[in-house]
Write a protein that binds this ligand. Structure first.
Ligand SMILES: NC(=O)c1ccc[n+]([C@@H]2O[C@H](COP(=O)([O-])OP(=O)(O)OC[C@H]3O[C@@H](n4cnc5c(N)ncnc54)[C@H](OP(=O)(O)O)[C@@H]3O)[C@@H](O)[C@H]2O)c1
Length: 351
């Protein structure tokens, strides 16, 4: 491994930046330096407090770091689950970083942006699947298009290359990440089971039947490493998903079986309402089963769960381009979910 690398992780405290940063740190040789407005004090690698919306702050603080070789960009300006992100602010953040790096870009080798399926407008309207990286898309009001164009503009005539990953809903086994579908479904199922009720699907029949997909976060971390080092990935975008699209109607009976309860049908209800209605039941359950956290509403980002379940059509990304260029990792989605429930049980988060 090349020990002369120096890798900036923009958004190092976020869901993706923290996992990919940890992966690079554990691999050795990447020498990550995290960027965020409020870096964690107990981080395992150096962190710099920096506001990407502030051009001067970026220029001042990055002036001291002259030997950046790689950038993993996973910053995203504040937004609430399901809301549209600000295009203008997110584009300006990347632009401020690129401008600040310019004076000392002599060592720069690669910039990787973590984007996502919103590139294909998956929340806006039904489109032919599987989504392919070179699909001619309309502009779906996502900041991804302008960030990609900006990156291409800055790269023109330079030695460094870029790559972009397009993952979908992330899954990971972490107790400090409340935006977590495995946690949301695990809590929801545990409460219904406690009440002796079937595992009702909180959504429409259409969303229950539509094909969906997930991205196992450790796979994205390995994919990002691949893209930052394999010359075939220079100036390319890749879908990074588990690779076995499934409908909730295929997963739901497996979840019901895992929790030893009856599988219910789709119903017009939401996770967010459910969490508010069952806070008291959960409080009793935490004492009964010796669980870690009695605040059901704060334990998970319930509206995020409703957002994930709200899609009324197939959302499937094609993994063939990544495979053709050398990334072959696939994830068994049912296994990922069931082992995730095991994880949250072992951690005393769910009974
Ligand atoms: N999460 C998913 O399931 C998912 C799925 C597909 C694609 N994606 C894409 O992946 C990318 C990263 O998403 P994420 O979910 O990891 O985001 P996130 O958890 O919301 O993290 C955002 C990161 O950006 C930092 N940040 C925000 N504003 C900043 C500023 N002004 N200056 C410096 N740092 C700033 C935050 O730290 P501070 O608050 O401390 O500044 C944090 O570290 C996005 O492009 C997203 O669309 C996410």
């Amino acid at each position: 491994m090349n020990s002369s690398r120096l890798t900036l992780i923009a958004g190092a405290t976020g869901q993706i930046g923290s996992s990919v940063g940890a992966h690079l740190f554990e691999q050795g040789g990447w020498n990550p330096v995290g960027l965020a407005r409020a870096p964690k004090q107990d981080a395992r690698y150096p962190m710099l407090a920096l506001d990407l919306t502030n051009a001067q702050d970026c220029a001042d603080k990055l002036a001291a770091i002259t030997s950046v070789t790689h950038v993993l960009y996973a910053a995203r300006f504040d937004h609430f689950g399901g809301e549209l992100e600000s295009r203008e602010t997110n584009v300006r953040m990347l632009e401020n970083l690129l401008n600040a790096l310019k004076p000392a870009s002599g060592n720069l080798q690669h910039i990787h942006l973590v984007h996502g399926t919103k590139y294909y407008g998956h929340t806006v309207r039904e489109r032919p699947t599987p989504y392919q990286e070179d699909d001619a898309c309309g502009n779906f009001n996502s900041f991804y298009y302008e960030q990609q164009s900006l990156l291409q503009e800055h790269q023109r005539g330079r030695e460094w290359s870029w790559s972009i990953s397009r993952p979908h809903a992330f899954c990971n086994y972490r107790i400090d990440e409340s935006r977590n579908m495995i946690l949301i479904v695990g809590l929801y199922a545990s409460i219904l089971r406690e009440l002796g009720l079937p595992l009702v699907y909180p959504g429409t029949l259409r969303s229950y039947m539509a094909k969906t997909q997930f991205s196992w976060l450790p796979t994205l971390a390995r994919a990002a490493t691949w893209m930052m080092t394999d010359p075939r990935c220079a100036n390319q975008a890749y879908n990074i998903v588990n690779g076995d699209p499934m409908s909730w109607s295929e997963l739901w009976p497996l979840f019901a079986q895992y929790f030893e309860m009856e599988c219910g049908a789709p119903e017009d209800c939401t996770f967010a309402d459910f969490a508010h209605q069952h806070a008291q039941t959960w409080s009793h359950m935490t004492s009964k089963y010796g669980l870690q956290n009695s605040n059901l509403v704060a334990l998970a980002q319930w509206p995020y769960g409703d957002y994930v379940m709200s899609l009324q059509w197939d959302v499937v990304s094609d993994m063939r381009k990544a495979a053709t260029d050398g990334f072959h990792e696939r994830v068994n989605t049912p296994k990922m979910w069931l082992e995730g429930f095991d994880f949250f049980r072992t951690q005393k988060i769910i009974p």
